[in-house]
Design a protein around this ligand. Sequence first.
Ligand code: ADP
Ligand code: MG
Length: 347
Amino acid sequence: NAIELEDVVKEYLSHGEVVQAVRGVTLGIAEGEFFSLLGPSGCGKTTTMRMVAGFEEPSKGVVKLLGKDVTNVPPNKRDVNMVFQSYALFPHMSVWDNVAFGLKQRRTPQEEIRRRVGEMLEIVDLTGREKRRPREMSGGQQQRVALARALVNRPRALLLDEPLGALDLKLRQAMQIELKRIQREVGITFVYVTHDQNEALTMSDRIAVMNDGLVEQLARPREIYERPATAFVAGFIGTSNLLAGTATGGELKIGGGRVLVPGHEGDVTVTVRPEKILIGTDEPGAGLSAVRGSVAEVVYLGTYNSYAVSLADGAEITVFQQNANDATATAERGDSVWLSWQAQHSY
Ligand code: ADP
Ligand code: MG
């Protein structure tokens, strides 16, 4: 593993009270991995990163880089570099000088500086812009300069704390693809902090979903989306429906129908994603989960429609349905409908 955290805790004293920003995080990040810490504001992402970088000492636990305990090693002696949302470029220096800065400080030979800065500017696609100043560039270009400046030192790992947060949506999406390409090209470990689930799902090899100082799930994007480990993860990633009740005989009686929960008895909470549900007027077959309701709202969203369906017992279910070419059987507000889905899509 490139990075390991073993039961890491961080406590702050705030107005005479102990606040646990990180409450015991254990995880391992493989070399060359694109790893994301994802969670809402205040859940402890930045604090976790600062402990990896060495800007913050854990109250408890161990931080390891490449198998070596670095818990009490200062940041400049760790083989990691950090990039922040505010790129903190030197405004009076050219792009070239900004990127070359760290190498010059370390008295790297002129010829090597020329080669490495040139290579790095090519990787971030800024060749030809060497003489510009940061303020003459767009936000996305400035972020690429910051990236080149961090990468030119060849750290073993790069830590990025919401680096695209200041960019508008279009540019952010373009930079997500760009960042992923750069990471593949340089082949080093990226640890990426974001509160944006789409960003994490798009870019990451694996994601740790954090909530209130703890990791709730650590898995590949697809698994986090398809098999959320907790209700928090299901609610935070994408849209999902939560149905609660008491199961008997592997079924939950809800909304004039049934939710199949094979192997479960007693109180259960079931999650089902809106796009896994079919909406129709005919009663579905016995092998499916099926509930009855009436359409309370239809929202047209271009490639798909979103339906809010009220069940008899008051629960509301969201359904996404693709808009196919032939626009078959779309339900209208007030229609009585059946909703159905396969048992494997409840969890
Ligand atoms: P995130 O990056 O996920 O938004 P942070 O790691 O910045 O979360 O913060 C986690 C929690 O720790 C928050 O409740 C925050 O207020 C608290 N916290 C962070 N830094 C300090 C500090 N230096 N002193 C006191 N409390 C802090
Ligand atoms: Mg933060």
